[in-house]
Design a protein around this ligand. Structure first.
Ligand SMILES: CC(C)(COP(=O)(O)OP(=O)(O)OC[C@H]1O[C@@H](n2cnc3c(N)ncnc32)[C@H](O)[C@@H]1OP(=O)(O)O)[C@@H](O)C(=O)NCCC(=O)NCCS
Length: 163
């Protein structure tokens, strides 16, 4: 896939089957969102962005970013981000995160926050390279007892330059 074949767009209910399959391919069963939760997210006022590889005869859904918003908070939360193993290492997650930051900014937020397994070196490397810093460690956060790093990134625009 070349960068020219990568397209990002808001997800719709028509993407539900592909999103269920993507979560299954990317996450261990304990971490993957199941169909009912994904359906609820797609029908909510939160944001789901999908990445498509359009190099073939029909588009292939290769990544997703789910961002949660609360009316009373200027902190948006990256609830899930993943890229199909076959498409990894080509900047797709970086593009999804940039689009998520832009979306959160448009919706009036000034920070993006997320949790990541402390063993997920690749994701942590990606987040740090994009300006996220660890603000807390949440012990035993995951169902199997692993701790999470809580990371945060400022996204407000200050005098035309991202903070
Ligand atoms: C983590 C994940 C989203 C990354 O997706 P991706 O499209 O392969 O990532 P990108 O190609 O956009 O970014 C790669 C960046 O990750 C970082 N990275 C990659 N491998 C790394 C490693 N071994 N150590 C540290 N950082 C690493 C680098 O910053 C790299 O950027 P660079 O290539 O410019 O140096 C993807 O592997 C995935 O879906 N994993 C399973 C689900 C998951 O863990 N999601 C995160 C939950 S918090």
């Amino acid at each position: 896939m070349t960068n020219r074949a990568l397209f990002l767009r808001p997800a719709s209910l028509a993407d539900l089957n592909a999103l269920v399959a993507l979560e299954k391919a990317c996450f261990a069963a304990i971490d993957a969102f199941q169909r009912p939760a994904l359906r609820r997210l797609l029908l909510s006022s939160n944001t789901v962005i999908v990445a498509e590889d359009r190099s073939g005869p029909s588009p292939d859904l290769i990544g997703e970013s789910i961002i949660l918003f609360r009316a009373t908070s200027r902190i948006a939360r990256v609830y899930s981000i993943c890229v199909a193993p076959a498409a990894s290492g080509r900047g797709v997650a970086r593009a999804l995160l940039e689009a998520s930051m832009a979306n959160a900014r448009e919706r009036g937020c000034d920070r993006l926050r997320l949790e990541v397994r402390k063993s997920n070196i690749k994701a942590i490397g990606l987040y740090e390279s994009m300006g996220f810093a660890t603000i807390a460690i949440k012990r035993g956060y995951y169902g199997d007892g692993e701790s999470a790093l809580q990371m945060e990134c400022p996204i407000a625009i200050t005098a035309g330059v991202p903070a």
